[in-house]
Design a protein around this ligand. Structure first.
Ligand SMILES: [Zn+2]
Ligand SMILES: [Zn+2]
Length: 390
């Protein structure tokens, strides 16, 4: 084990306690007041210049050392999810119905652990910007911090972020150059027909049948519409229509989640969804309105920064525990906005596999961040800063 890892294991207990404290008090998007306060006061106590209020609850801690001109940004997310926690350990959520089920408590604690060690012991020359963002889970906290001047006030030459990943061995690193996380779009489809008596369907235009057929036809958007070498997902996550056995309703609503790993595929999927929905509705004598909301863009790691992050991980934990060219994932992540603006890399740290408790998938009510990653993840951050700002 490297001496750096040893050093971060030595101070880990303090940050495991912080992680568990944050876990017990989960806060939703843009409401991370307590977490934000905790982060800001910790950073100030380590000697960082602390800036609050970007993106509401966002915090930036800045540390300059030496006369180096390079600037690097490290990002952690702080928000929780509206999930009822199933865990019964002592630090389980005290806020019923809300839970740190994605490990953002752990990401925050890892970056704070690195922050303390860097301020005290790291050798570097340049500017370090630690970015603690609100609202990663769908509400675009990264974008809001950027809209409010994040990189104008705190310029960075590159940005990096880590997310834990259940299913991979604890403490292993996984990353790839290029597209790593998918774009996402939320699509609402409203079908309008003619309501009527369930016994007299010939007097109605039945939106339930139109909606059912549309759901099935949408299954061909990926299978028949896009290049088999490309990646896309169309999921119909909700279907709402009707209230009674004997009433044909007037309206039906479908809610879709759409993902793609490149912008061209995303555009093809959108065009096909519009064609399929409109023609399906028409074939049943119904009409369709489509509200197509593009959310997070594709997350694209730049080649040089991905290679750099890989080498940092490999030199820290060894080549057996650092995976280059790991598969892309069709979930989405708002760090994509930062990578649209700056070079950088988003990578994964294994949360546990097999029968280990860390193997429980994120967003599951039994999920928990693996505290063994506090030391490994923070050691990675320290090593990255020392090498980038040398
Ligand atoms: Zn999540
Ligand atoms: Zn997450």
């Amino acid at each position: 084990m490297s001496s750096l890892l040893d050093a971060l294991y030595t101070q880990a207990d303090e940050f495991i306690a912080i992680r568990r404290d944050i876990h017990s008090e989960p806060e939703m998007a843009f409401e991370e007041h307590r977490t934000s306060e905790l982060v800001a006061s910790a950073l100030a106590s380590y000697g960082y210049e602390v800036h609050r209020g970007l993106g509401g609850t966002g915090v930036v801690g800045q540390l300059k050392r030496g006369d180096g001109t390079k600037r690097v940004g490290l990002r952690a997310d702080m928000d929780a999810l509206p999930i009822l926690e199933a865990n019964s350990f002592g630090y389980a959520s005290k806020r019923r119905g809300f839970m740190h089920a994605c490990g953002h408590d752990g990401h925050t604690a890892m970056l704070l652990a690195a922050a303390k060690y860097i301020a005290k012991s790291a050798r570097f020359s340049g500017t370090l910007n630690l970015i603690f963002q609100p609202a990663e889970e769908g509400a675009g906290g990264a974008k809001r911090m950027m809209d409010e001047g994040l990189f104008e006030r705190f310029p960075c030459d590159a940005v990096f972020a880590i997310h834990n990943m259940p299913g991979h061995t604890q403490g292993t690193f996984h990353l790839r150059p290029g597209a790593t996380m998918a774009s996402s779009a939320n699509v609402t489809i409203m079908l309008k027909g003619v309501g009527g008596h369930g016994a007299l369907p010939h007097h109605a235009r039945d939106v339930v049948v139109a909606a059912s057929s549309t759901v099935m036809a949408l299954q061909t958007v990926i299978a028949r519409g896009i290049d088999p070498q490309k990646t896309g997902v169309v999921t119909v996550g909700a279907i709402h229509a009707g209230t009674a056995n004997n009433v044909i309703p007037q309206e039906a609503t479908l809610l879709l989640s759409v993902r793609a790993l490149d912008a061209d595929t995303s555009a093809v999927i959108e065009a096909r969804i519009r064609e399929v929905v409109e023609s399906q509705a028409k074939s049943f004598g119904c009409t369709a309105t489509i509200d197509y909301q593009h959310n997070y863009p594709v997350l694209v790691n730049t080649e040089a920064e991905a290679r750099f992050a890989y080498e940092v991980a490999r030199d820290l934990v060894g080549p057996d525990k650092a995976v280059w060219n790991a598969p892309a994932i069709t979930a989405s992540e708002d760090f994509a906005y930062m990578l649209e603006k700056l070079p950088g890399c988003y990578l994964f740290i294994g949360n546990g596999d097999g029968q280990s408790p860390g193997a429980c998938m994120v967003h599951n009510p039994s999920y928990n961040f693996n505290d063994d990653n506090i030391a490994v993840g923070s050691a990675f951050w320290v090593a990255l800063v020392q090498r980038y700002l040398n």
